[in-house]
Write a protein that binds this ligand. Structure first.
Ligand SMILES: C[S@@+](CC[C@H](N)C(=O)[O-])C[C@H]1O[C@@H](n2cnc3c(N)ncnc32)[C@H](O)[C@@H]1O
Length: 429
């Protein structure tokens, strides 16, 4: 062991103190959300810096300004507020992070998500995280509360409402960004949103794509019972583990992650049954990077992974793109593409047609093909913006990265059919 007096040893002791006291950060965040501090600063006048003593009367009839300032200082250190020291007085404005807590014209913000994560029932589970290692058959939430999280929420109206509000607060800005960067809804006329909560995602997708004639918002009966009426959307209650309403595409956001591999396969197989030939499953999920670094993205995703393990399923998890690809292939979706339209969620586009080509696109032309060394398969590059999958998904990925054009890998085929009409003869190069 190094001498106590060395710089690296002093630094190490600081870091462990920081980690041991880290709970102060989310709890301070929870406190300022409960106290509506972000709205108070914003509404005081275009984010002009104000002191804790000036914020206090805007949020409470009476209270302790010094303690409020203590919360603002720690959260300044974590990038939620800017601190401005003016003639010895500390004043605070919102950073871009702090602005995510300001309530918008629809009554939404990330505040509900913060509150949802720190409710009593969830907090009771956290001291039991180690139990997920000892025995993963039961998640810490269930050990602490006697039943699984979704069942528990449904029995408590205020938890159910907060969950729906928290989902809307996070999902509405995500869907806005997704609709700018992903256009996989072309040709869809009936879209089913599985685990669609209050129906926000579907409402926004339908607004952007008026060619979708009908939306089905599918969730647990208790959840859809609270969903507001939405034009062209039918709310349907049910259980995705039993069956899923039919559509020519299925959308789901933040649904697969909370379940085990076997449960995901079951959900995906039920999606497969509900889709016609050529139908598509579009899943938006947090996707883990391969490397464990110190970036905000990696941390947000790894923290979410532990949240899922603690609250939903001890073997529910955030997965890598490769893990999702293999689950999709197993469930009958051999064609898998990932689109990074957001820093937290990735759009996973799964298709079970032999090839996923839009009818309006020009017929594909084989521009190259070759035998893949060591594989009983061939690789075919087409002039279309699409990619196929293979049992050896990493190979497909490799080809995708190394070649300008996108490739299909076809196990043992010499001839294949695209959209049932165009036969492309594959020749060995
Ligand atoms: C994390 S939330 C995501 C909500 C919404 N898709 C979003 O991103 O805003 C997961 C959703 O799955 C729903 N859910 C859980 N179990 C379900 C089941 N067995 N069948 C259908 N929906 C279910 C929950 O009620 C909840 O609305």
């Amino acid at each position: 062991m190094e001498e106590e007096g060395t710089d690296s040893r002093k630094q190490a002791k600081l870091v462990i103190m920081e980690l041991a006291n880290m709970i102060s950060v989310p709890m301070a965040l929870n406190a300022v959300v409960r106290l509506n501090v972000a709205d108070a600063i914003w509404n005081a006048g275009a984010n002009t810096p104000i002191s804790a003593a000036q914020i206090l009367p805007r949020i409470l009839p009476a209270g302790d300004a010094e303690n409020l300032q203590r919360l603002l200082r720690i959260l300044t250190s974590y990038g939620v507020f800017h601190e401005h020291i003016d003639a010895g007085e500390r004043k605070y404005s919102l950073t871009d992070v702090g602005k995510t807590l300001v309530t918008d014209e629809q009554g939404l913000s990330y505040g509900a998500y913060v509150l949802q994560h720190h409710q009593d029932a969830l907090m009771r589970a956290w001291p039991l995280v180690h139990e997920a290692v000892v025995d993963p058959t039961k998640e810490p939430f269930e050990r602490a509360n006697g039943e699984g999280a979704y069942g528990y929420y449904l029995k408590k109206e205020e938890m159910n409402e907060l969950m729906v509000k928290a989902m809307s607060g996070v999902s509405v800005p995500f869907i806005k960004a997704m609709l700018e960067g992903y256009d996989g809804f072309q040709g869809v006329e009936r879209l089913v949103d599985v685990g669609g909560s209050g129906g926000d995602c579907l409402r926004m997708i339908l607004q952007k794509h008026p060619t979708i004639k009908e939306g089905i918002n599918f969730d647990l009966p208790e959840v859809v019972a609270k969903a507001p009426p939405t034009p062209y959307v039918t709310h349907v209650g049910g259980d995705m583990f039993k069956s899923i309403p039919q559509g020519d595409a299925i959308f789901m956001k933040w649904v697969l992650t909370t379940w085990t591999d076997e449960e995901i396969k079951q959900i995906m197989r039920n999606c497969h049954k509900a889709l016609p030939e050529g139908g598509k499953l579009i899943a938006c999920e947090p996707v883990l990077p391969e490397h464990s670094d110190e970036s905000h993205r990696t941390r947000a995703l790894l923290e979410g992974d532990i949240f899922v393990m603690t609250i939903y399923r001890a073997k529910g998890k955030h997965r890598t793109e490769e893990q999702f690809r293999l689950l999709a292939i197993d469930a009958g979706f051999p064609h898998f593409r990932a689109f990074n339209v957001d820093h937290f969620y990735t759009v996973l586009d799964n298709n079970h047609h032999t090839f996923c080509l839009h009818p309006k696109l020009a017929p594909p032309k084989v521009i190259a093909c070759r035998r893949v060394i060591g594989q009983s398969s061939i690789a075919v590059a087409l002039n279309q913006n699409d990619v196929g999958a293979t049992k050896d998904a990493s190979l497909s990925h490799l080809l995708r990265l190394t070649l300008e054009s996108l490739w299909f890998i076809i196990a043992g085929a010499e001839e294949f059919v695209i959209r049932d009409a165009i036969h492309v003869r594959v020749v060995w190069s």
